[in-house]
Design a protein around this ligand. Structure first.
Ligand code: 3HC
Ligand code: NAI
Length: 692
């Protein structure tokens, strides 16, 4: 065995040179790996005893792609294209031996080899689109030639990896190896290629499948229509599609050159920077610096849920899906029955859509029990309280839980706003109390705010973080404060939106601007969906807000067919003349002089106060890092990934610009818009939130 460099070894196995790449954790194509691979190939070519070359990886995976952390930095040689040129120049057959995940640039290396073998558990794919990129090392030119344009287009535009078996069916690999015997299989393949005198199969020379697509140009038009819907607001897919179309229209070399240009265009785009930021943010978010990875976790085999309402039902489904048994406790039989049947109905609807079998439905339901007997919670490992949002009620319940549930079990509240420390203080185990704040619908939204109380023990936090992953959520650690991270920032947006409609905009103007920005819906459409009467009571209503007046007129949102909008039987919204009149009257009665408000101002007035609140959250240490706040907004509120989250967005606008606008707003619209001290400091130092 010869060390080519610190990450690549070369060994000779009876006439076959084996290059072993070993760059943990995922063999990303760093400069060192590229240099080692290039050098290793050239060494193997020069060795007369080597008749073929196998490229294989040590550790958990084949090359998982380009090194994303290098993007946006000055280029380091050799470039990946240079290494692939070295591969193309080979006169000896090259075999890629794949395990783990051959993704992006990693799969492109394999596509440049002459033959490919993989273990059945391997996954292959071109996920660049998820980073706002397109495959930039020949993927858009080679994959269509190898497997055909339609499957290649789908793989590239969806970015979804496919199994080794699927790859074999498509002809993307030549053979499957037995699990654990990859090197042997690759060597066998190499020797048979040598002994049979098989030609070098260069993908770039394959023409049949491209020719077939030439006679079917409508394929691209259909894909264009389809993906325009799926990727509202995204840019990269258009260029990726264009590049695959080039594979059909242009000679290989021209297609490669065009792909390179398109790739460079995307690497420097704000969208790709945002999506790369999210990639790393997602991997940071589960890390809690003072709770090391080896912190013991508590076993969670049985979960109790208090309250079978909107949240209790959704929360329970997460655990049932993960195979964990759940006991729901209610105070009223009728509420319990309704809650349990809603869960069943949700599962049956999923089954009716073909996304689950009826056996799966029954399996989940068999893990669920419901009761009015509080004592049924005694042997739970974790109890999540999801009763009405009322501090006195929650304190009373936690006291009772503390007396009933076994020692060592975790007690969690799903409260949206209340003080977890105050709730914890009503128990004798505040170290085992925390907030687990799910987002509605709780079985769908990926966000879970894990609220750390002053006394929450580290194993309890480690358990919650691990449990979040187990039930398919993104856990984000947050501190105790009103509304935690997500709702605290949302309140800022709502307040300004409510002011804007009195100052001159209409609800549909505000909603349109935020929808066009990339959010799934604006604040008024969202209120209509949730119901305008949450927290409203007819007796206490005094026409003191537009919302109260709407409720008084039985415009209580989608459920009554009327709210800020009018809804037809398909829930299609249209602006309401009645609402417009209510708003105009309301503003007039308060002496507010309406003015024309631009779309830019609507955006700045609703988004910048959120960024400002995010800065205060960071100042107060209620979030661990600014990228965690971005993750909250992406997973809890549908913030567009291509804008990277509110904090990242603030940086792309420029913190100095955000600050200047907020100062102006503070003077014109009130002290609630006063810039955070942290924002002032970072803007003056020319720094970003990451350095906060
Ligand atoms: N570049 C740099 N770092 C990477 C990386 C990459 N391509 N892929 C993973 N990492 C890092 C992660 O940031 C993480 O670092 P950390 O431990 O410091 O947090 C570590 O490797 C382990 O990653 P995961 O936690 O994600 O490990 P998993 O085992 O859960 O997943 C994986 C492994 C499926 C490979 C996943 O990491 C992944 O999907 N990686 C990205 C794959 C990708 O997008 N490749 C295409 C890159 S773009 C490209 O190749 C352009 C080309 O066309 C020119
Ligand atoms: P809900 O009103 O739909 O359900 C509450 C349920 O709790 C009712 O079925 C009620 O009968 C039951 N309940 C009341 N007292 C009880 C007791 N002592 N023991 C057992 N059950 C009892 O309320 P929802 O919307 O599910 O909210 C529950 C909690 O979740 C609240 O704290 C809320 O702030 C929070 N939350 C709500 C979200 C939402 O979008 N609805 C989102 C995130 C959190």
């Amino acid at each position: 065995m010869t060390a080519i460099n610190s990450v690549v070894d070369l060994s000779l196995h009876d006439g076959v040179a084996v290059l072993t790449l070993n760059s943990p954790p995922v063999n990303a194509l760093s400069a060192a790996l590229r240099a080692g691979l290039d050098e290793g190939l050239k060494t193997a070519y020069a060795d007369a005893n080597a008749k073929a070359v196998v490229i294989i990886c040590a550790g958990r995976t084949f090359i998982a792609g380009a090194d994303i952390s290098e993007f946006g930095k000055p280029p380091q040689f050799p470039m990946l294209g240079d290494v692939l040129d070295t591969m193309e120049a080979s006169q000896k057959p090259i075999i890629a031996a794949i395990h783990g995940t051959a993704l992006g640039g990693g799969f492109e290396v394999a596509l440049t080899a002459h033959y490919r073998v993989a273990v059945p558990s391997a996954k292959l794919g071109l996920p660049e689109i998820k980073l706002g990129l397109l495959p930039g090392a020949g993927g858009t030119q080679r994959l269509p030639r190898l497997i055909g344009v339609k499957p290649a287009l789908d793989a590239i535009l969806s970015g979804t990896p496919f199994s080794a078996r699927q790859a074999l069916d498509w002809g993307a690999i030549d053979a499957l190896a037995e699990e654990g015997k990859l090197l042997d299989a690759a060597l066998d393949l190499a020797r048979s290629i040598i002994s049979d005198g098989k030609p070098l199969r260069r993908v770039k020379d394959m023409a049949d499948k491209i020719a077939a697509a030439r006679s079917n140009p409508s394929l691209f038009d259909a894909a264009r229509k389809d993906y325009a819907r799926k990727y509202r607001g995204f840019e990269a897919w258009k260029l990726a599609l264009q590049s695959v179309e080039n594979a059909v229209k242009l000679p290989f070399e021209e297609g490669i050159a065009a792909e390179r240009d398109l790739f460079m265009q995307l690497v420097s785009s704000t969208q790709s920077k945002a999506q790369r930021h999210v990639f790393f943010a997602e991997r940071q978010v589960s890390k809690i610096p003072d709770v090391p990875d080896d912190t013991p976790v508590l076993p969670i085999e049985k979960v109790g849920v208090l309250g079978a309402g909107t949240m209790g039902g959704g929360i329970s489904m997460n655990f049932l899906n993960a195979g964990i048994s759940v006991t729901i406790v209610e105070t009223r039989q009728e509420a319990l029955d309704r809650g349990l049947s809603t869960i069943r109905r949700n599962y049956e609807n999923t089954a009716a859509k073909g996304r689950m079998s009826m056996a799966d439905v029954e399996k989940r339901m068999s893990l669920l029990s419901g009761t009015l007997a509080f004592e049924a919670l005694a042997d739970c490992d974790l109890v999540i309280e999801a009763v009405f949002e009322n501090m006195e009620l929650k304190k009373e319940i936690f006291k009772k839980l503390d007396a009933t549930v076994k020692q060592g079990a975790i007690l969690a509240s799903n409260t949206s706003y209340l003080d977890i420390d105050e709730i914890a203080a009503s128990t004798r185990r505040p170290d085992h109390v925390l907030g687990l704040h799910f987002f509605s619908p709780a079985n769908v939204m990926r966000l879970l705010e894990i609220v750390r109380g002053a006394k929450t023990a580290k194993p309890v936090l480690a358990t919650a973080m691990q449990l979040a992953k187990k039930i398919g959520k993104v856990g984000v650690l947050v501190g105790v404060c009103h509304g935690f991270v997500g709702n605290r920032m949302l309140e800022q947006r709502q307040r300004e939106a409510n002011k804007l409609i009195l100052e001159g905009a209409m609800p549909w103007d505000v909603d349109r601007v935020l929808y066009d920005f990339g959010l799934p819906m604006g604040p008024f459409a969202m209120s209509d969906l949730a119901g305008l009467d949450i927290g409203w009571s007819k007796e206490k209503s005094s026409s003191s807000t537009v919302r109260e007046i709407l409720c008084e007129r039985d415009r209580r949102g989608q459920k009554t067919g009327r709210g800020f909008y009018d809804y037809d039987e398909n829930r299609k919204a249209t602006p309401s003349a009645e609402v417009e009149a209510i708003i105009l009257d309301f503003a007039r009665a308060r002496g507010i002089e309406r003015r024309v408000i631009s779309d830019d101002e609507i955006l700045e007035r609703t988004i910048y106060p959120m960024i400002n609140e995010g800065a205060k959250i960071l100042e107060e240490g209620k979030a661990q890092r600014s990228s965690d706040i971005d993750i909250v907004w992406i997973n809890g509120y549908g913030w567009p990934v291509y804008r990277g989250g509110p904090m990242f967005y603030g940086e792309t606008v420029g913190l100095d610009k955000v600050l200047a606008r907020l100062k102006d707003f503070e003077v014109r619209f009130g002290p609630q818009l006063k810039p955070a001290a942290l924002l002032e400091r970072l803007a003056s130092e020319g720094k970003g939130f990451a350095s906060a």
